[in-house]
Design a protein around this ligand. Sequence first.
Ligand SMILES: [Mg+2]
Length: 272
Amino acid sequence: MTKNTRNAVVFTDMDATLLDHDTYDWAPAAPALAALAEREVPVCLCTSKTAAEVRDWQARLGLKTPFASENGGVVAVPAGYFDSGPPVADTGWQTTTLGQPRDVLCALAYGLREQRGYRFTGLAEMSIADIAAATGLNESAAALAGQREASEPLLWQDSEEAAEAFRREIEAAGAMTRRGGRFLHVLGQADKADALAWLRARYDKRGPILAIALGDSENDRAMLAAADIGYWVARPDGGYYAPATGTMRHAPGIGPVGWAAAIHALIDGDEL
Ligand SMILES: [Mg+2]
């Protein structure tokens, strides 16, 4: 075993990639995570989840590494992990907003509703019980999901035409919208690829890194393209979001099974 002589860093999506799409189980990936830990390869979670949710998951996964939350809108680094950074909050994390602060996005979205009469309910208007009912999360998980810093999810109750008009107005104001499984998200202009670039610039100060990214869907595409090696894990139906071309490969397996297969293939192929 060699200790990360290539300076590899793994950037990974969570839902339907490291975690099973339906059960959130990550047991199939546990041996691969352990192999990375032995080699001292950092694993940076890059997800649509909130920072509060990611910190909760990191405790379960045994990680204390930089991560990107809210689709790259926020990056968080453990205090002292890199030499410099913004002032350390009392949480022990240095947090940077790459997108736009939630209050700015809320003012924009709710201001447009006021002017144009769009029909939606925003997360900021929902109780924890409302969020739990809308997401299927239990109340403690719903509370963590509600702690947004750089995005505002909306339960859209208007027409598709209205959603398109809303999207154009949001973009004209310098922000963007993205469809999730349940919500229409209002985000700043930052995605997972921006988060990878931000973190890469800081890791590179110790020597150029080999960036490896893993994902399953549309919001991972730019991150996989920005990495040196990108792996698509198979989706629940067994298919892949995009073809294996250039630096992008297909991991043989769905979600965390594919995740583990990709990591073991890199190790066995002496690429990591
Ligand atoms: Mg995913």
